[in-house]
Design a protein around this ligand. Sequence first.
Ligand SMILES: [Zn+2]
Length: 412
Amino acid sequence: MVDNRLSPHGGKLVERVLDPKEAPGRIAGLKTVPVKGQTVRECVSLAYGFFSPLEGFMGRADVDAVVNKMQLASGYVWSVPLVFDMPKQQIDELEIRTGDSILLTFREKPLVILEIEEIFTYDKELMAGKIFGTTETKHPGVRRTYGYADHFLGGRVTLVSEPIIREPFKRFWKPPAVLRKELAAKGWERAVAHQTRNVPHTGHEWLMKGAWFASQATGVLVNPVVGEKRAGDYIDEAIILGQDVLREAGYFREDVHAVSLLFWDMRYAGPREAVFHAIVRKNLGCTHHMFGRDHAGVGDYYGTYDAHKIFDTIPDVGIYPVLTKEWYYCPVCAGITYEGLCGHQKSKQKFSGSVIRSIIQDGVKPPRLIFRPEVFDVVMSAAEEYGFGSPFVTERYLAEAQPVLTMPDVKK
Ligand SMILES: [Zn+2]
């Protein structure tokens, strides 16, 4: 079945990366502003069109429309603000004005040119309340929002050079234009996306398999998010290699499974973030996106299936949401089964992330029915190679692991 819903959000894939020959001339003489973390990742994702139709950081009209109407000023559905913040004091010191272009740098290397179209302020409490449904600072997205500086700079960004992606992430780095070609070459007319920040257990595996059946997809695109890490998270190396080995070990056939990464710092905005994930994966060339229980949630801020319900309340975003309930182990069925099918609700044994984590922590191989031995082995070797001995983020990992992406020098 050919699906015609393959166009990017807004109709055109954004790609704003300078020709290496032009770069030295374009950045010469620009004021520079060092940036890090989330901003770096968002610059790269913006420039490669992951966030099409956005061409840069939002101005006030877009932020306002996103906050109040869940759409861009142009009318396209959009659910999460993308802003570049800067303190007034720094703006004044550098004498930055609307109409200027400035060079954002990362680790002293040129990152993007930002053409400043607008300098504005915004009520952060209003933003947090509308986006997250709460203004409690216990919510990590609210904290992130309150952490923004007092002013925002809106404008288009242009990436100065192609980024350098370190191992083992390099082979998973596929900008939308590249990935779209690869999916087309595979004949994936119907691709179902899986958002993850987890090492997969068999519950995740069956979530993907179930969504593949439900959407009659040609393939599953696993798209882990790589962003800010906190102590205790799985290291990104374990996540991406653990997902990839499901295919290498044959749990998914070679022709129905692929893994690529997304630079994104989770907002934990629950339903609003689900809409954002759908749009990004539409830009990647997927026709479907699976959403399980408590998608992109945190604590008890959202109802278990709020991220399902939101799709009934917004216009069609051009990618089909595949809404699934829970997969779990049932001792009566003697296997992994689905909440929507199995009648032994009293016997069900939910996958507990914390139980699986503690098993992994102890280095004991879990039963293959709940955790694949190949995944376990890959996670353990990723721990040795990249995690200073641990598959979980430690203080040492936070301090010493190299950034996943860096920028090269620009040769004059
Ligand atoms: Zn059962």
